[in-house]
Ligand binder design. Structure first.
Ligand SMILES: C[S@@+](CC[C@H](N)C(=O)[O-])C[C@H]1O[C@@H](n2cnc3c(N)ncnc32)[C@H](O)[C@@H]1O
Length: 142
């Protein structure tokens, strides 16, 4: 299950690359869920890939279909936590901890600071641009 799938462009790519799994996308924004559905249709994956579900990580407990909860293998979130408040990161860990069992995984992919330092100049500038949009957003310290 993916949190904050955005346009869905990544989701359909992963689904095509890994036909042995079912990639469940999600996003709190209707405009993104519509885009994900369009990508699923465009890539002819409607029989394979479920429609996106609405998850806002802070609206807990996450309402996920029982069939998904029972078949969940892991949770992935790509480029999401830096475009959100710190409370969203905490919510991801809390809710994932409730849904996942031993041996299953939560993967957060994206930009991080290490020892509270940016790992590149471009990350520094990107972080500032995020904070100009919302001062609670920004690259988190790993
Ligand atoms: C920068 S986009 C990344 C989209 C996609 N994962 C990618 O890498 O292209 C951040 C995404 O996080 C989602 N997001 C923001 N706040 C969220 C929240 N509270 N819960 C779940 N998703 C959230 C946004 O709707 C958006 O789709």
């Amino acid at each position: 299950m993916e949190i904050g799938s955005g346009s869905g462009e990544h989701g359909v790519l992963v689904q095509k690359r890994f036909p042995g799994i079912i990639w469940q996308t999600s996003d709190p924004e209707l405009v993104h869920r519509k885009s994900i559905s369009s990508w699923i249709e465009y890539e002819d994956l409607t029989k394979k890939m479920p429609q996106p579900i609405e998850i806002d990580v802070e609206k807990i407990p996450w309402k996920i279909p029982l069939i998904l909860a029972n078949s969940l293998k892991g949770i992935v979130s790509i480029n999401m936590i830096h475009v959100a408040e710190w409370s969203c990161t905490i919510a991801i860990f809390r809710e994932s901890g409730k849904l996942l069992n031993k041996g299953q995984f939560l993967i957060l992919y994206g930009l991080f600071k290490i020892c509270n330092k940016h790992t590149s100049g471009s990350n520094y500038f990107f972080d500032n641009s995020l904070k100009m949009q919302n001062d609670l957003w920004g690259i988190k310290n790993l």
